[in-house]
Design a protein around this ligand. Structure first.
Ligand code: SAM
Length: 873
């Protein structure tokens, strides 16, 4: 333990009432991590004489990549506005700088812990102990003051906690605390008057592992001035001064561990229903925790290969896997940027790289930059990136490098795909609104200074798509699930195929509809009598418009993320219900799924893809069980497009909800008396008012077999939260702005596109147009409680929420879908004028208004989706 101070014995106490210490500890922990980098940055700026002006363009420092990292760090906590002209401290930054002496002193204390030698934490020299003691005194003084700022507090506490927690860890469970540490921990309420750990203290201590990351970055932060003056360039991986390796491995493992369980369903699906790989290879395996976790689930049914660039990590992994009882693990030196080299190493051990499932966590953004051709990348990443020579790197360069990196892996993942747990950056203006829910400042500084390249989730997914990869949406997990950003995503990626349904489409050798392409489909029911089909020559323009909004370039392997994630949740639940039903079904039974309000077939397409991935046709054929998906909708252009897309899929059936008399038909009538096992309603229930929803609920209940499941999602059911909006809120705003223009006392003051459109509107059209608009998008959204109330007489179940980003450009495309725009702004009959108005209002009013609010994601808005899983009583 620490030298030069007296100690007292510390025990645990259980006497306090349980409280939500865990959530508090989690939040404070994020703040502490940000606080450590912020106080280190302020210390460096102070020593460079830049604390008054801030690190703006005119600060006199060379324009290195490191300067960009520093600016971004301060912007992420809301203290510096690098976009202002000139860049400047924000009001909250100026308020925080009232505590500048405390903050700089905290940074100076941290700079004392710049040694990276193993054991550096355990023994403090007398000078360091004295500095710590003085820092505790200063903290007590600040703590007693009236003016408290949460982030400033976190900077000061974090600066003291990093050395405390890391020395406690180094002391391996020693229970004697130095007096100064005890004083400090008592002030935080972590230990009581008798120096026993309180419940709060124990909850916070559980997050102690995360201090490793902060600790391992201190050597680098201590030399920030040199980096900023352009006197030093980081050489990633140079252990001598950029963080202790052992600490790094340990901290890395702590950061990744919480996400391993999220990936379990991916492995379960592959091993239960797919074709299992010969081995699982974890690139950047660290201390081997993920492989040990997988071994606990899959046993020795597969070989485990750990790969890392660090010998310290490989040693730790060897120990961990041995302790976990893994049979014959293979541990190899390797680099995430060099799959080819990995292939050669595996071959030396008799393994072919293509036969393995390649997995990695937080490894891809840590690749060494090699560059790529920056055409065809969005250039939307907001991070501050450093080139190998220390100069700034543009977003487009980083994205092109990511695409090239993924393309290098592509030749090796055709059989089993790859599983990526990836951490993402968050734009500063979003991060600064969610302090304590993420540690964006710390993450960006650690990664940025170490020449690593995290990008935002949506940019990451775009780069994967550009590399020809596609994610299995039903297996995706994202953290957090209800905020306007994704800090960590978990995905299985496979190589995109031009038509993922081709394998089951009934085609003969010449490509004409006919024979099934995979064995066993003969038992999938094939009769099609009574199917609805669109009138010959139906206009598919509108359907194509919607389809394009659901799939990039209308490519069925690439669903757009705004709806793919939420549809994936529905598909996951439906698939679970199908598999459960398959276990009980008897030979000759038919498993039926009904897609209610199928539209252009998104949910049925995504479900069919998973059926294929899980070998459902062959499995059911082996059991003598049939399978059908019944698509049901009003006979519109959207449904006609759905028919076009799915008509060759052997299990797809089509039914019109409208009878020949033009009236709605009950679903049992639609199904000619056959009951179904699952009803899915993807993006439908928000369209139904109270009465129609009650009818729909009764009709669904009627057609569901007892014990059957209803699974739904809806993006426009209230309530939204502080951090989200409903799907049609931007469209409601669009209409509001349009009506304001229409009703303006003097329309000549309106901007040109509105003025011109207003002049064309006939007042006699307005009542009818308002009715049409209200039918298209309910002026006041229905609520999830209303939907649940309609279902409750027949079913029991639960509902939940999750949010997904809708990009501003996708929002605009939704409003421009022909039937949407024609109904929603029905006052404007000329399509060209109408589109001008929509573009103008969306770009000039709606995006700025919502995008800058608390639901703004940077590139769009955070949409609140409601989900329900109900069972027929
Ligand atoms: C937003 S689209 C969703 C389509 C599809 N489920 C998907 O996920 O892409 C809503 C669909 O619900 C259908 N719909 C509208 N009112 C309905 C009703 N009362 N019953 C069933 N479907 C309805 C529409 O025709 C439309 O196809």
């Amino acid at each position: 333990m620490l030298s030069g101070t007296t100690t007292s014995t510390c025990r645990s106490t259980d006497s306090e009432a349980p409280a939500d210490h865990q959530a508090d500890a989690r939040r404070r922990n994020f703040l502490y991590q940000d606080g450590v980098v912020v106080s280190s940055v302020l210390r460096a700026l102070d020593s460079l004489g830049l604390l008054d002006t801030g690190p703006g363009q005119q600060c006199g420092l060379p324009e290195t990549g490191y300067l960009g990292v520093v600016r971004r760090c301060l912007a992420s906590v809301g203290w510096f506005d690098g976009d202002a002209q000139p860049a400047t401290w924000t009001p909250s930054g100026r308020a925080a700088l009232r505590h500048r002496d405390h903050l700089v002193a905290a940074g100076r204390l941290l700079a004392r812990f710049a040694g990276s030698a193993p054991g550096a934490w355990k023994t403090w020299d007398a000078e360091t102990s004295d500095a710590f003691s003085a820092a505790v005194g200063r903290f007590e003084e600040w703590h007693a003051g009236v003016e408290q700022d949460e982030l400033v507090g976190a900077c000061l506490e974090g600066a003291l906690l990093v050395p405390v927690m890391l020395s406690l860890r180094a002391d391996e469970g020693g229970d004697r605390l130095p007096r100064d540490v005890e004083r400090f921990l008592a002030l935080l309420g972590w230990v009581d008057a008798e120096c026993r750990w309180t419940q709060k203290g124990r909850a916070f201590r559980e997050f102690g592992d995360h201090f490793g990351l902060a600790g391992s970055s201190l050597p680098l932060l201590a030399r920030l001035e040199e980096l900023l003056r352009g006197e030093l360039v980081v050489h990633p991986g140079d252990d001598a001064w950029h963080g202790g390796r052992e600490l790094h491995v340990w901290a890395g493992s702590a950061a990744r561990r919480p996400f391993f369980a999220d990936a379990d369903p991916i492995f379960q699906e592959m091993f239960a229903y797919g074709r299992p790989p010969a081995f699982i290879a974890d690139m950047g395996c660290g201390d081997g925790s993920w492989l040990a976790h997988l071994h606990a689930m899959l046993g020795d049914s597969v070989r485990y290969v750990g790969i890392d660039a660090s010998p310290v990590a490989l040693d730790a992994a060897r120990r961990k896997l041995r302790a976990a009882g893994v049979r014959d693990p293979l541990l190899l030196s390797g680099d995430v940027a060099s799959p080819q080299e990995l292939g050669a190493r595996l071959a030396e051990h008799g393994l072919s790289i293509e036969d393995g499932l390649h997995i990695r966590s937080f490894a891809d953004h840590g690749r060494v930059y090699r560059g790529g051709s920056p055409s065809d990348v969005p250039g939307t990443a907001s991070g501050a990136y450093v080139a190998p020579d220390g100069t700034p790197l543009s977003a487009a360069a980083v994205e092109a490098d990511l695409v090239a990196h993924l393309e290098r892996w592509k030749p090796y993942i055709g059989k089993h795909g790859m599983v990526l747990v990836e951490a993402h950056s968050v734009p500063p203006h979003v991060a600064s609104q969610h302090l304590g829910a993420l540690h964006a400042a710390a993450f960006d500084v650690h990664r940025g200074l170490a020449h690593q390249y995290p990008v935002e989730y949506s940019t990451f997914m775009t780069c994967c798509r550009r590399a020809g990869l596609t994610a299995s949406s039903h297996l995706e997990r994202r953290h957090p699930a209800t905020r306007p950003f994704v800090a960590v995503s978990v995905n299985r990626f496979v190589c995109a195929q031009p038509n993922p349904l081709e394998v089951i489409q009934r085609r003969d050798r010449d490509g004409r509809p006919g024979a099934p392409a995979v064995a066993g489909q003969d038992l999938v029911t094939t009769a099609r009598a009574g199917d609805w089909r669109p009138e010959p020559g139906s206009d598919l323009d509108d359907g194509r418009g919607l389809h394009e909004l659901l799939y990039f370039d209308s490519d069925l392997s690439q669903p757009r993320r705004w709806s793919a994630g939420a549809t994936g949740v529905v598909v996951r639940e439906v698939m679970a219900a199908i598999n459960a039903r398959a276990e009980q079904a008897r030979r000759g039974d038919v498993i039926r799924v009904l897609d209610y309000g199928a539209g252009t077939g998104l949910a049925a397409i995504e479900l069919s893809k998973v059926c294929i991935a899980q070998d459902l046709p062959e499995r059911l054929a082996g059991l003598g069980i049939g399978f059908e998906i019944h698509l049901v909708d009003l006979p519109t252009g959207w449904f006609a497009q759905g028919y076009e897309l799915l008509k060759d899929v052997p299990w797809a059936r089509f039914h019109s909800l409208r009878g020949e008399d033009g009236q709605f038909r009950g679903l049992l009538d639609v199904m000619a008396g056959d009951h179904v096992d699952v009803v899915m309603a993807n993006m439908v229930f928000h369209l139904l008012r109270e009465g129609p929803m009650r009818h729909a609920a009764a009709s669904i209940a009627d057609v569901l077999a007892p014990g059957g499941k209803l699974v739904f999602n809806a993006p426009d059911l209230g309530p939204a939260t502080r951090n989200s909006v409903l799907f049609h809120d931007p469209n409601r705003l669009l209409r509001k702005h349009w009506l304001n223009a229409l009703d303006a006392a003097d329309p000549s003051h309106c901007p040109a596109p509105l003025r011109e459109a207003v002049a064309l509107v006939r007042s006699s059209d307005r009542v009818n147009a308002q009715k049409r608009a209200d039918r298209r998008i309910l002026p006041t959204p229905q609520s999830i409680e209303g939907v649940a109330a309609a279902l409750e007489p027949f079913m029991t179940g639960t509902s939940f929420s999750q949010t997904f980003e809708l990009l501003a450009e996708e929002n605009l495309a939704t409003a421009l879908v022909p039937s949407n725009q024609a109904e929603f702004l029905a006052e404007i009959t000329d399509r060209t004028t109408r589109e001008k108005v929509i573009r103008f209002i969306m770009r000039e009013c709606v995006f700025p208004e919502l995008g800058k609010g608390s639901a703004g994601t940077g590139l769009g808005y955070n949409i609140e989706w409601k989900f329900g899983v109900f069972e027929r009583l």
